[in-house]
Design a protein around this ligand. Structure first.
Ligand code: ADP
Length: 262
């Protein structure tokens, strides 16, 4: 990791609505790694993703792409060629087919006329293959299960062919099998394609298992960031959630975390 430029960097980013929501947030996303953000509801996690994707602009500080390009200097379509985001509750899409949905990911790359080329169709098929949805090409999105819909949202993001992937509560409401399956897929693609992936999640053990780095935040402030072992300590987690935790290190620098409920 050392010496490599970051793919995306938040530098002293602040943001307010009618009160400060994100305060002096700095971190970097590195190629080939998964970074996780965890924190109580309302701590500003989704707001950070929106700042990183350029949907909202920092009040002060900046978001910088590849070490030298401020996001604020880019148009929306240009940003979408570098950064793909899977938002929470990924939108409405009931009457589209799986293929039509996936190929939407190509829109940042289309010419002004907006027509998809054979290459765009090929890419849409490739990402559906990667996410094991090839046999559903002509199915309606509404026919998919929860886990399959999440894979489809990932497929659309991958069709953008960006080097940065932002996932907001990507495994929420899925059973543990699907959570693990999805995160294995995200990890494989992150490694193979050298993506810089950021995952916001409440699933503390999913983060402890799949992330290379973790950011703990509350009230708009990063309290700790670093490797899973450095960051996911019972002291830090108590500070964040006000609960006692049992933390057990696992092989490979992973952590198992359980709240101790009286
Ligand atoms: P998290 O993702 O950690 O749950 P959010 O980033 O969604 O937190 O929200 C952080 C805070 O910002 C919350 O208190 C929320 O009410 C507030 N907030 C989010 N979006 C808006 C908005 N559009 N207008 C005003 N306040 C907002």
């Amino acid at each position: 990791m050392s010496g490599e430029p970051s793919m995306l960097e938040a530098r002293h980013v602040c943001f307010s609505y009618n009160r400060p929501i994100v305060r002096d947030v700095s971190f970097s996303l590195m190629p080939g790694t998964i970074t996780g953000i965890i924190g109580p509801n309302g701590s500003g996690k989704t707001t950070i993703l929106r700042l990183l994707d350029g949907i909202i602009a920092p009040l002060s500080g900046e978001v910088v792409l590849r070490g030298n390009t401020p996001l604020s200097s880019l148009k929306r379509k240009e940003i979408a060629r570098h950064i793909a985001m899977v938002p929470q509750n990924g939108g409405s899409y009931f009457y589209q087919t799986v293929f039509q949905f996936a190929i939407q990911g190509r829109s940042p790359h289309l010419s002004l006329m907006g027509f998809e080329s054979m290459r765009d169709e090929e890419i849409a098929r490739e990402v559906l293959e990667m996410t094991q949805l090839s046999h559903y090409l002509d199915a309606r999105v509404s026919e998919l299960s929860g886990g399959e819909k999440q894979r489809l949202l990932l497929a659309r993001a991958l069709a953008q062919q960006t080097e940065i992937l932002l996932l907001d509560e990507f495994t929420a409401n899925l059973d543990i099998n699907y959570q693990v399956e999805l995160m294995r897929l995200v990890r494989r693609i992150t490694r193979e394609k050298r993506l810089a992936t950021l995952v916001v999640s409440h699933e503390i053990n999913i983060l402890g298992t799949f992330c290379d780095r973790v950011i703990l935040m509350s009230q708009g402030v990063i309290r700790h960031q670093g490797s899973v072992q450095e960051v996911m300590t019972k002291e830090h987690l108590k500070q964040l959630f006000g609960l006692d935790f049992t933390v057990r290190p696992l092989p490979g620098g992973r952590m198992e975390v359980l709240p101790t409920i009286q």
